[in-house]
Design a protein around this ligand. Sequence first.
Ligand code: SF4
Length: 411
Amino acid sequence: MDLVEKIQILTDAAKYDVSCSSSNSSRKNKGGLGSGHMAGICHSWSEDGRCISLLKILMTNICIYNCEYCVNRASSQNKKAIFTPEEIADLTVNFYKRNYIEGLFLSSAVIKSPDYTMELLIKVAEILRFEKNFYGYIHMKAIPGADDLLIKKLGSLIDRMSINIELPTERSLKLLAPEKSYKDIYRPMKKVDDFILENREDKKKYKSSPKFVPAGQTSQMIIGAARENDLDIMTRAQGLYDDYSLKRVYYSAFVPAVKSKLTEGIVSPPLLREHRIYQADWLLRFYGFRTEDILNETNPNLDLKIDPKASWAINNLDIFPLEINKATYDELIRVPGIGKVYANRIIQARKYANLSFDSLAQLKISTKRAKNFILVGGKYQGFNYKDPDDLRNFMANSDADNKIQLSFLGD
Ligand code: SF4
């Protein structure tokens, strides 16, 4: 098999892994420049916040496991291929020199055993770092079940590592990926977290000590392949942030690309649900929310019609409307339509004068959504509702954002 065919097979097979940002769209080249259609390049963010393009590829799609949701599973009839570590290192350097990419995102199916696969990944990283003198960004997926020493070795060569949790409950993991176990997934995650902390301490003592995954670890969860609810998903994500200091959890709407009795009846990826989960995740990571603020046993799923912050506010109308001239920063950022930038602008501006709706407009603060939850100088300009459902329906109908997001994700 020639290299071009391997590239076609193994970039296409990598497109379902979203633990680095997505890589392709349905836009086709009709005779102009570029292509958003082909998989192969994805984007990530470096430690200093730069967006960098990465070659996104699998080492191999030959797998010993049979995960029900995966196009690469052992029983699948799709074309199989494997790169040598030298081929991947050469591709990375050649694409880098042509300015196509700035780094590599390498994942792999499990060939022969977790340890064997990890050794192949390590070999790629070693060739790049030591033979090719490549200092660019490398993100690799570690293989659950691999030896701790291999995890440590790989982590000392690359910038970011992801270990995919795959499914939000142990029950669904057992059902859909019976060869995998939470123990095998959590153990390396914990090790990576420990090694990162160890490395931080070493760095304080010896500036020259080598870095260990300086861009942190991430994970991925598949949404909608099993019967779990959003409470299961967000509780799992919160645990990953709290206990393993994950930089980010990625969510991937299940694409029913393979036939399986266990996922029968799922006809399309739940993209809007995935989008709402990303919004809820954002609230956990940046706005001080906890899963229990947003979801509970009585309401275990996110409202698809309105975003989770608006939904939370409507469920807590006893604390609204909030007076903008008095609310704390933490209160302000919980108001739908007010983010961190607006909250800072409000806090700064009110040091000099009491704010009015006009002064908010002068500060270029839109109150289109927020006005339903705030008082400004004692005045309310929002929708006059009789009960929470009234406001919920009003927000759902008037939320242009909802329609934009639907079309954005509806490809
Ligand atoms: S381990 Fe499971 S998810 Fe990963 S490539 Fe193999 S079958 Fe697919």
